[in-house]
Design a protein around this ligand. Structure first.
Ligand code: SF4
Length: 347
């Protein structure tokens, strides 16, 4: 029987049979000013409330040492340092208190440099993700999924020879089928946790579609311990998409299920704008509720009956329903707070 390994990333443990965690990557340089760091820590708190479990940062220079140390110390979720080319940066990020580092051993250089990093991670109880992208592999004749999986297995044997097992693997490609096949193959050969993602997947629609098709099939088979939906867009959207995928697959329970009408020629209320204004706040609530946002009197009241909390907009009048019963009419300006209040008070 295959031996499964777990990885410990700060206070989180991942691996076979454990909850699948959502990850995203901060999209800017690490700030150095105190105020900006405080603001970033608040943003990490909001991401956490939305369902983000792990956050990765680029760590391109030891100039970021002080700021990254501060973030690692105060972040409510584990932080990962993304390292390229320079093994000393990996050692520096570990010294900052990074909970995991992500490297591609193939771009770190001589093997002794990789070994230094692995030894430091071992001494400091830091996880390592071996991150392999289809565009940055050693040359080989094998089809890409085989090349990716075999390269990961070879690097794992280096790590194991040093007594290091706190490892996560990622095999990413921009091509959906390559990503799917590489991860499926690796999972058939190894029990190490996989971080899943389709890389460079494009804008929201393109990325969510491609990532859902690749990752959904893997997750259904029990493959994957963390995931990132890479979007050319806001990191909050990446978290939202990751959480939604896990909920849809029944791999994450709780939270608000939003039902909203697509709008049609009958709509007399901007359900799209309203949804946009309230969606992130709703995602931060962990209660198991259905909230419906409906655009007119034709189908709105009917749908509202099936939701825990619902609104139907009729012109500038917004009708609020709780447990299928009309409870009050509010103005457009009051509607957002009325829904959030109803959600907060819901049993
Ligand atoms: S609720 Fe009304 S506006 Fe929304 S799609 Fe249905 S009929 Fe159209």
């Amino acid at each position: 029987m295959r031996e499964y390994h777990t990885a410990t990333i700060g206070d989180k443990e991942i691996g076979h049979g454990l909850p699948v965690l959502v990850q995203t990557m901060y999209d800017s340089a690490i700030p150095h000013e105190r105020e900006a760091l405080d603001e970033l820590l608040r943003r990490i708190g909001s991401l956490n409330a939305m369902g983000c479990d792990i956050l990765r940062f680029s760590y391109p220079s030891s100039d970021d040492h002080e700021s990254f140390s501060c973030l690692c110390k105060h972040s409510p979720i584990p932080l990962v340092a993304d390292i390229h080319f320079d093994y000393k940066l990996a050692l520096d990020a570990i010294a900052c208190g990074a909970h995991k580092i992500r490297i591609n051993p193939g771009n770190i250089g001589a093997r002794w440099k990789v070994d230094e990093v692995v030894r430091s991670a071992l001494d400091n109880n830091v996880a390592i993700r071996i991150g392999l992208n289809s565009g940055s592999l050693p040359k080989g004749e094998d089809p890409m999924p085989i090349l990716m999986s075999n390269t990961a297995l070879e690097y794992l044997s280096w790590f194991e020879s040093l007594g290091f097992y706190n490892t996560v693997i990622s095999l990413k490609a921009s091509d959906v089928e390559t990503t799917y096949e590489a991860n499926k193959l690796f999972a058939s050969q190894s029990g190490y946790p996989l971080h899943l993602g389709v890389t460079e997947a494009g804008s929201v629609v393109s990325s969510v579609t491609r990532s859902t098709w690749a990752l959904g099939r893997l997750l259904e088979k029990g493959i994957g311990s963390t995931l990132r939906i890479s979007i050319t867009g806001e990191i909050e959207t990446e978290v939202q998409a990751g959480v939604e995928l896990l909920r849809t697959l029944g791999l994450r329970k709780g939270g608000i299920r939003i039902v909203s009408c697509p709008r049609c020629g009958r709509h007399s209320f901007d359900s799209q704008g309203f949804l946009h204004s309230i969606e992130k706040d709703l995602m931060s609530v962990q209660k198991d509720l259905t909230v419906a946002i409906m655009g007119c009197q034709v189908n709105g009241p009917g749908e509202a009956k099936h939701a825990d909390i619902a609104i139907t907009g009729i012109g500038r009048d917004i009708f609020l329903y709780e447990k299928g019963k009309l409870v009050r009419k509010v103005s457009l300006q009051e509607a957002r707070e009325a829904v959030l209040e109803a959600v907060r008070n819901a049993e």
